[in-house]
Structure formats: structure tokens, C-alpha cells
Design a protein. Structure first.
Length: 226
């Protein structure tokens, strides 16, 4: 199994995160400011010159080779040891995309304004796609070939949202599973700055404005990838 870890200056969190990767799984660290440290800790490092969360995620997806690929933030807010439970419905053929629904363990883990924004985004996603989601969780799992077939184009903050929207348009079975959410190590690159927040809102509005793609005849990502 491959785990894509989009990183930017996460040296403080890297040892804990990489130490929690399940045994036998490959950690793919992308867009990281501490590549030497990541390599020393056993990760496969992919260089992505373009800045942006989506650019890092997609570079990791392209570099992955496993049938099922997982994604996880690298700021120690999410525990990679929980990834097998997230990936299990995909491996079993019960779901095409599984999202880790964040459950904050303390109020500090997820500020109120960020939670409210996430709820509003979930409402907009429901209106756009019909999916009833609570969170567009950054911990997720899906089949690699099916993800590549979505032809994702956002290379900034809209990448996770575009994945969900295009998966829904393609008829994927999208489910959620609860995962604990802890205070991050370091400041958020998105909600931690006004510029990051504004950029994320702009990116996500553009994704929600996309016209729905035609649904494939196969109906599910699992059927398309087998």
C-alpha cells in the first residue's frame, strides 16, 4: 500500500508521522522542505517544483504504484496508523472512495471558524452532487487507476474537493469513517493565514462551479479499475 504525504516544512512532525505508517506500507513524501530527513526516516521522496497542495498530492499519486492509494496530512493532526481502517472498504470492494471524517479530540484541534466553514462546504457539496458528507477529510483512500481516470486538474487547495465532486459525477460509492483529529504541529498553510484562506475559498468555488461530467457506463470506480 502507498501513502501520499504532501509536505511543506513539516520537519518537526515527520518523525512521528513516518513512525506511525503501517508496517509494509510505503510512505511517499512530496513537496517537503526536509527531504533529507524524510529519506533518512525511510520515506520515498518525490520532488514537485510547483507549490500547492494539489500539486503535491497529484505528484504523489503519479509516483504511487499500489492498487489502493491513501492520502494523509503530514502535520501530526491525523494518525497514519488508522489508515488500514480507512482503506479496508476500498480493498473489500464496499466503497470506491473513503474519507476520514475528522473528530476533534480537543477544541484546539479544529477552530470553530474552520469547523463552520467545513459544514458549509459539506452543504454545498450536497447541493452540487447529492452526497451527504460531514467532512472532506484529508485522510482518504481510493484505487490509483480510478483516481487517475478522474483527470484531476486543480493543483492548489481545491484538489480534495475536486476529487469528491468528480468521484460523485462518475457514480462512485463515497463513504466516511470517523478518525480522531488532534492539534496540528505548526501553523496551517491554509486556515492559518488570510492569504491561504482566501486562496482556498477561490479554488473551491471554481471546483463547485464545474459542469458535471458524463457518468461512465460502468457506474463505479471499482468496476472501472478491474
Amino acid at each position: 500500500m502507498d501513502v501520499v504525504l504532501p509536505c511543506l516544512d513539516e520537519a518537526e512532525a515527520l518523525p512521528w508521522v513516518l513512525g506511525r505508517i503501517p508496517a509494509g506500507w510505503r510512505a511517499i513524501v512530496v513537496d517537503n522542505g526536509s527531504a533529507d530527513l524524510a529519506r533518512a526516516l525511510g520515506a520515498h521522496v518525490v520532488h514537485e517544483p510547483r507549490r500547492g497542495f494539489g500539486a503535491a498530492c497529484h505528484a504523489g499519486l503519479t509516483a504511487a504504484s499500489a492498487d489502493v492509494v491513501c492520502f494523509c496530512d503530514c502535520d501530526a493532526s491525523l494518525d497514519p496508523a488508522l489508515l488500514p481502517a480507512v482503506a479496508e472498504p476500498v480493498l473489500d470492494g464496499a466503497a470506491d472512495l473513503v474519507l476520514g471524517r475528522r473528530r476533534p479530540v480537543t477544541h484546539r484541534a479544529w477552530p470553530l471558524h474552520a469547523r463552520l466553514a467545513n459544514l458549509e462546504l459539506a452543504r454545498l457539496v450536497h447541493r452540487r452532487t447529492g452526497l451527504r458528507l460531514h467532512d472532506l477529510g484529508p485522510m482518504r483512500a481510493a484505487r490509483r487507476t480510478a483516481l487517475l481516470a478522474l483527470d484531476l486538474s486543480d493543483r492548489r487547495s481545491g484538489y480534495p474537493l475536486q476529487t469528491v465532486v468528480r468521484a460523485a459525477d462518475a457514480g462512485w460509492r463515497v463513504t466516511e469513517t470517523d478518525v480522531p483529529y488532534r492539534p496540528r504541529t505548526g501553523r496551517s498553510k491554509v486556515t492559518g493565514t488570510w492569504r491561504g484562506t482566501w486562496q482556498a475559498v477561490r479554488d473551491m468555488r471554481a471546483v463547485l462551479a464545474e459542469r458535471p461530467a458524463a457518468r461512465p457506463a460502468s457506474g463505479t470506480a471499482a468496476g472501472a479499475s478491474r
